[in-house]
Design a protein around this ligand. Structure first.
Ligand code: 5GP
Length: 190
């Protein structure tokens, strides 16, 4: 069986990655599987263990990283995040196109390891809109909001390492564009 694609989607906090990706996740034609990351951050209301993340202690995270169990990892606003390698490999071997929703440092590591990774960066229509969206979430203290905003500014500088840049001005349109990009790359492989 042909190995599935490795798709990386990044974009600053609050850009709406999750909402856009939800629109295409269950499209049977795209054969997508979401890679569930490991994180040391607290679970947010509405999140579920094993669905949004595997929530682990710092010790567990560092042990997994030491043991080479992570495809990539990064520290983001004081917490660790990483992609479990085994699961990604298993799904790709089954022909699934595996979607990683990760930040920019992790993407850099993926590009170094997986030459043909399909990388997509989602940008907001403008930075004011992004700040509004980050504040709108309002589940975090001001200090963290400020850190996320500063991080978003820095992340926007990394867009050139991505193969595609998609603006999330309109959720349906952004989802459709990403869908077309994935279909194009699936066809190229077969
Ligand atoms: P959040 O705390 O908002 O869920 O995620 C913070 C950032 O970490 C987001 O940009 C998200 O894409 C990124 N992220 C989530 N999982 C991973 C991962 O496994 N590796 C890396 N490098 N970043 C991740």
């Amino acid at each position: 069986m042909e190995k599935g694609l490795l798709i990386v989607v990044s974009g600053p906090s609050g850009v709406g990655k999750g909402t856009v990706l939800k629109r295409i996740m269950d499209d049977p034609e795209l054969k997508l599987s979401f890679s569930v990351s490991m994180t040391t951050r607290e679970m947010r209301p509405g999140e579920q263990e094993g669905v949004n993340y595997y929530y682990v202690s710092k010790e567990e995270f560092l042990r997994a990283r030491e043991n080479g169990e992570l495809l990539e990892s990064a520290e983001f606003v004081g917490n660790y995040y990483g992609t479990p390698l085994k699961e990604v490999e298993r799904l790709r071997a089954e022909g699934r196109n595996v979607l990683l929703e990760i930040e920019v440092q992790g993407c850099r590591q993926v590009i170094e390891k997986v030459e043909d990774a399909l990388t997509i960066f989602i940008v907001p229509p403008n930075m004011e809109e992004l700040e509004k969206r980050i504040r709108g979430r309002a589940t975090e203290p001001e200090e963290i909001v400020q850190e996320r905003l500063a991080k978003a500014e820095r992340e926007m500088q990394m867009v050139s390492q991505y193969r595609y840049v998609v603006c999330n001005d309109d959720i349906d349109l952004a989802a459709d564009i990403i869908r077309v990009i994935i279909l194009h790359h699936m066809k190229k492989k077969f």
